[in-house]
Design a binder for this molecule. Structure first.
Ligand SMILES: Nc1ncnc2c1ncn2[C@@H]1O[C@H](COP(=O)(O)OP(=O)(O)OP(=O)(O)O)[C@@H](O)[C@H]1O
Length: 233
């Protein structure tokens, strides 16, 4: 029986930036494996390398050394076009700010980038309707960003990231702009979609309160990642 691929596997990843005469190691021999349906919290002080880890895992930044395996595919060995296609097909990225286009409805936000996936307009519309339903916004499909609350805008952002049915979800401080109640419901939603779609999710968070909703917590310090520890939940 073929074994299922691991959604995300970072192997001995080092990322160096020039720093005056020398270099600074934003990531220092980082190893991280995220299984399907697993949600990992990534915590650590400012400047410890959390955003760098997400950028490398998103295949947006090439590491100086090491391997980035997305659903079993070595992303570093691919050409630019293949890597862009892999990102589109396998990775969902959710930033702090939803970055929605002001003039588009919630459904249109999901559909606009989807033509690159080669789906028909009708199929894209159906998928957008499904994903808005998944995030609890079925009745808001026709609303524009200014007609939605901050929490609802973040839900549109999550629905958009799910449009390609990704294997990996990379989430950077999803609750930074939200009050406590909305933050809680956003993290619970991310937990649910991780389970429902069997994605491997990494969530950077300052809010340790939400860590128990995730399966494991990995701590960064000075570019080094300590082995992920299962949460008590
Ligand atoms: N483009 C860049 N050029 C040079 N140095 C960089 C660059 N991006 C990040 N760094 C450095 O790499 C280190 C890790 O930064 P990173 O942004 O990944 O940390 P972080 O944990 O995400 O911090 P924060 O919680 O403040 O967002 C820091 O020392 C930072 O200054």
């Amino acid at each position: 029986m073929p074994t299922a691929s691991v959604p995300l596997n970072l192997v001995d990843v080092t990322l160096e930036y020039p720093d005056g005469e020398g270099t600074i190691k934003a990531l220092d021999r980082v190893n991280l494996t995220v299984q399907a349906g697993q949600m990992v919290s990534l915590v650590g002080p400012s400047g410890s390398g959390k955003s760098s880890l997400l950028a490398v895992a998103a295949t947006l930044v090439r590491p100086t050394r090491g391997q980035v395996l997305i659903d079993g595919t070595d992303a570093i060995g691919l050409g630019d076009r293949e890597r862009t296609a892999l990102r589109r097909e396998a990775i969902g990225i959710i930033f702090q700010q939803p970055n929605l286009l002001p003039s588009l409805t919630a459904a249109e936000q999901l559909i606009i980038g989807d033509h690159l996936r080669g789906r028909s307009a009708k199929a894209a519309e159906a998928e957008a309707a499904k994903m808005l339903d998944v995030v609890g916004l079925a009745s808001s499909a026709g609303k524009r960003p200014h007609q939605l609350s901050g929490g609802q805008r973040q839900r549109v952002n999550i629905a958009r990231a799910l449009m390609g049915r990704p294997k990996v979800l990379l989430v950077d401080e999803p609750t930074a702009a939200l009050d406590h109640e909305r933050s809680d419901s956003i993290v619970r939603l991310l937990r649910r979609v991780t389970d429902e779609f069997g994605v491997g999710t990494v969530m950077v968070t300052h809010d340790t309160e939400f860590v128990p909703l995730t399966d494991a917590v990995a701590t960064m310090r000075d570019g080094r990642l300590a082995a992920a520890v299962p949460t008590a939940a």
